[in-house]
Design a protein around this ligand. Sequence first.
Ligand SMILES: [Zn+2]
Length: 758
Amino acid sequence: MSLSLEQVLDQLRTEPDWIAPIQAWEVQPAHPGQYADPPAVLDPRLVAWLRSRGIQRLYSHQAEAIAASLRGEDVVVVTPTASGKTLCYNLPVLQRILERPEARALYLFPTKALAQDQYAVFQEAVEELGIPVKAYTYDGDTPTAARRAIRAAGHVVMTNPDMLHAGILPYHTRWVNLFENLEYVVVDELHHYRGVFGSHVANVLRRLQRICEFYGSRPRIIACSATIANPRQHAEKLLGRPVRVVDRSGAPRGERHVIIYNPPVVNQQLGIRRGVLPEARRWAERFLRNGIPTIVFARTRLAVEVLLTYLRDALGDGGERVRGYRGGYLPRERREIERGLREGRVLGVVATNALELGIDIGSLQAAVLAGYPGSVASFWQQAGRAGRRQGAAAGVLVASSSPLDQYIARHPEFLLSTPVEAAYINPDNLYILVSHIQCAAFELPFRSGERFGDQPVDDVLTFLAEQGLVQRAGDRWHWISDTFPAHEISLRSAAEENVVIIDVSRGARVIGEVDRFSAPMLVHEQAIYIHEGQQYQVERLDFEENKAYVRPVNVDYYTDAHLAVDLKVLDTLATRAVSGGEAARGEVAVIARATLFKKIKLYTHENVGWGRIHLPELEMHTAACWFSLAEGAVEGLPPATVQSGLHGLAYLLGRLAPLYLLCDPRDLGTVAQLRSPFTGRPTVFLYDAYPGGVGLADKAYEILELLWQAAAEAIDACPCEAGCPACVGPENESGSGAKAAARHLLARLLARAGEAAR
Ligand SMILES: [Zn+2]
């Protein structure tokens, strides 16, 4: 007999082995909704349509945003998941098209999937209203034949920034109808546009506004964002104009339980806890067995597939009720899973953060997070996937053994009381700015003295003229090169180029894809690639052609590849003395090569074999900071001890620093070198895991002492004896005595000489 979520939670409270490992259990009270009448100016047809959908009154934030937008203001709506943000932009846009049928709107979503999702919502509204309004998605998949019709007749064009950048703006002369009549630009998922990608998008929007000006339009902007710490600052920087921020949600919310669970220690000496995947499986199974719609978030694609296998085995599910969802699934497969969730045919889903974005999957009741997702904002977005307007919901974080997760398990208040992170962009980063000034010059000549956004451009244009790309004639700068700049500039990192995965057993059918940077780890020869629970073995990886050939197999193990990372300093930009040596920051080349893979048995996680990987190395230039230890700081320590201390320190810093840099642990890499070819000393490097860097290493350089202090505290607080995954790394990875050695090095760096002997 199935229990309700409340009953399951009540039951858990009486079971000591479930309760003991729970570090925090917060109950957030239900919120009643706050409502307001639709703005009086709203067309009666729209009001009647709302009524037909059972909406007599709007949520207060919807009414405020719609009224402000109809008055001509630029609006940013900042509210939680499932608070009805779509109406905040669809209603003003529909109103305007009803008033003036020539009016046009452009919708931007960060992914094709979201654009298609919102297209379906808009289309349904138009059909119910029975009005002749045409909306289209326009992306790389749009057939050439359909493009002409969209350019001529589409009232609403839904696309993504990449397509706007390379497929619309450079061809603006074919889009005269759109640009002359553009009255609305909708930018959804604003918080997603941060870092390098966000800085590019800000410049694409500058180009859009420049073209609109040329055609004599000045569209209003409606943007939506999940909760971030600095919505106004971020929006104004991205959109390039002042905005009205609407951030008091009027949507009702049911009671929500937030539970932080730290798997119990099973080996005190090695500091080993029960695994995050089996424990997350236990939680999810408990919910799913009672018919409670549940989403499980895993940190990696591999973890998604392993958890999916476990859950299906546990529930005896043949693959209909519990589904996987991650990057690499093909669009139609994703659409089918999303529909299944909304319609209730699919009860559980195991996902990566690909589902963190606002894709509509209906309302789930429980979210289980297998590991901390890396930032406070992501945590609340994932936990918020479970949440209903009425009735209870639960979000459970199962901590992994990483230092970051263990820090949070020890300090749950960090998560429950810290405000979410801010989003940062730097549109004026010279490298990015120059790229887009080229695109803009291609699109329309610059007048001398013209500004791009708020940036003067004559200096950049003079530089481009020296390169033979533009030429000055009178007071105009003209593009004269025969290159097509937008095609050479990608808004996202090169790592997003994909390797397709081809099943050779069924007439060369494409079953999925993986980004090029991950390919050596995931689809090297002999790798077990798992897709929707089915195992495939990779027979051949053609790295030049971006193709991996696989065949279905049935084995009891998965593979895990080891990436060897080396680092070369290219340039030093700053140095400073620290107590045990010297710190610096600069530019580096990071060289990564997949070398070996291990075969790991399902369930027991035993190592049952290994093999070599023969693939070329990948090189990336990025920003780094580093610190090296002076002779005196390592005096009397055998090299092996220094080596394991450095490795332990690099391991720990790489996992703790994200707390202070407000980034995801995957955004940051570390390398330890016993005798660095550059400094000649024992050195630890921290680098940005993006080409060109996004400022993380620069900030780390400023706060090294703070990071060392946090590392020293983490080591002191960890109950293990000689090192474990929660502090300096497992003994077999960082070397024996890593914990004592790392403590020793930190003492020298923090100039606590008296404690060095401890
Ligand atoms: Zn430890």
